[in-house]
Design a protein around this ligand. Structure first.
Ligand SMILES: [Zn+2]
Length: 399
């Protein structure tokens, strides 16, 4: 792994990572079945910062499905409202009424459907065929394609043709091993002064509020406004506006520039700020210790534990701490996860009904953003006997 280069500027990443994460889930989406757990192993991830452009990134290979947009959770009314207000602002700012917009990586059209409320011509591309089909069933103009340098973004049947006046990309760039290639493709498929709206998770938010369990192999890159700006400029865009949305997400408006910023000049004067991950490293130790203490106490009291939330955060905690060995199972209400096993820890994932057959005394909720909702559901379904705990940032709390 010594020879890996920065995914944006190509500088060798060197041998000294910012931090190393051992026994992490190999993916957040490919959840192994009973036959597959034999071949599923935890992976070691090295988090690096590029000394030239400053981008924080893992030096590993991407997950197999990095071209697909699987939005398993978070499709809430809050999210729809957020998209609506972003679309409104984007369309007003660049006078895009009646114009042609393309979403790169649109999944099954969760957000494209909302864009259709506006007076624009909205279409999208998606790599995973089953998601393309679902989007089409909703009447959305979606076809099977992936944005990489050289690709002409048009459906084969000729029903839609470029160039486009604008593009949208929602939390997709952080999965990409070649983000500049994707952005160049989008630039090449835009009109002369074409514009774009890009969102990615904020590294600063993770550093400030979250623990190490927010880092996942699926997300190869952890952007700041500064490193995102550098990446879009490498691809021939300029950033016109930047804002934080939903507290944890970076959102930028970009416009294609007449001539790309000279790469060498951009790099030479650059002195990226050194990212401090000591809080994340500390969270590994603190959380590890808290969970170890908890399991020791429960063991001595003869109590058993289950987790609620087959989320990537739950998978990571189970894979990297004592609870992976101690807990009985992970409860999740998503039917497609039930009957499978958490990656790396191999805890079985079960439905909420399983609790009645095999009750435990304590449930630890690991579903950031949904804790109170789930706690309510547990009280309702299982009665008041079960103790409920939750992980908040770096420590355990009784609910
Ligand atoms: Zn770099």
């Amino acid at each position: 792994m010594k020879d890996r280069n920065c995914i944006v500027c190509g500088t060798p990443l060197g041998e000294m990572p910012l931090m190393t994460l051992e026994h992490m889930p190999a993916s957040a989406q490919d959840i192994p079945s009973e036959e597959e757990i034999e071949n599923d192993k935890g992976v070691t991830l090295h988090l690096h910062q590029c000394e030239t452009c400053g981008l924080v990134q893992f030096d590993c290979q991407p997950v197999a499905y990095y071209k697909d947009v699987i939005r398993s959770g978070g499709f809430t009314t809050t999210m729809v409202e957020l998209r609506r207000s972003q679309y409104r602002h984007f369309i007003e700012t660049f006078h895009l009424e009646g114009k042609k917009l393309i979403e790169a990586g649109c999944g099954q059209g969760e957000f494209l459907g909302v864009l259709n409320e506006f007076p624009v011509m909205a279409c999208g591309i998606e790599q995973r065929e089953s998601l393309v089909q679902s989007a089409r069933e909703k009447g959305l103009a979606v076809w099977n394609q992936f944005a990489e340098e050289g690709a002409v973004l048009e459906p084969e049947d000729g029903s839609i043709t470029g160039p486009y006046d604008g593009f949208l990309s929602f939390n997709f760039l952080e999965h990409q091993p070649s983000p500049v290639s994707m952005l160049r493709c989008l630039a090449d498929n835009l009109t002369e002064a074409g514009v774009g709206l890009i969102t990615v998770p904020s590294l600063e938010y993770i550093l400030q509020y979250d623990g190490y369990y927010e880092l996942i192999r699926d997300h190869l890159a952890y952007y700041t406004f500064d490193t995102l700006k550098f990446a879009v400029e490498e691809a021939g865009f300029e950033v016109l506006e930047e804002e934080i949305v939903n507290r944890d997400t970076l959102s930028v408006f970009v416009r294609k520039t007449a001539k790309p910023v000279a790469s060498e000049t951009a790099r030479q004067g650059r002195k990226p700020e050194k990212i401090d991950v000591s809080g994340l490293i500390e969270s590994q130790t603190l959380i590890g210790r808290e969970l170890e203490n908890m399991t020791r106490t429960l063991k001595s009291q003869g109590k058993r534990l289950a987790l609620w939330g087959a989320s990537h955060q739950g998978f990571t905690l189970a894979a990297t701490t004592e609870i992976g060995r101690f807990a009985e199972y992970i409860i999740d209400s998503a039917p497609f996860k039930q009957g499978k096993y958490a990656p790396a820890s191999h805890l079985p994932i079960v439905s909420p009904e399983h609790y009645k057959k095999d009750p435990v005394e304590v449930i630890l909720i690991v579903a950031p953003g949904y804790t109170s909702e789930i706690a309510g559901a547990i009280g309702e379904k299982f009665g008041g006997d079960v103790e409920i705990m939750a992980l908040k940032s770096n420590h355990l709390e009784r609910i």
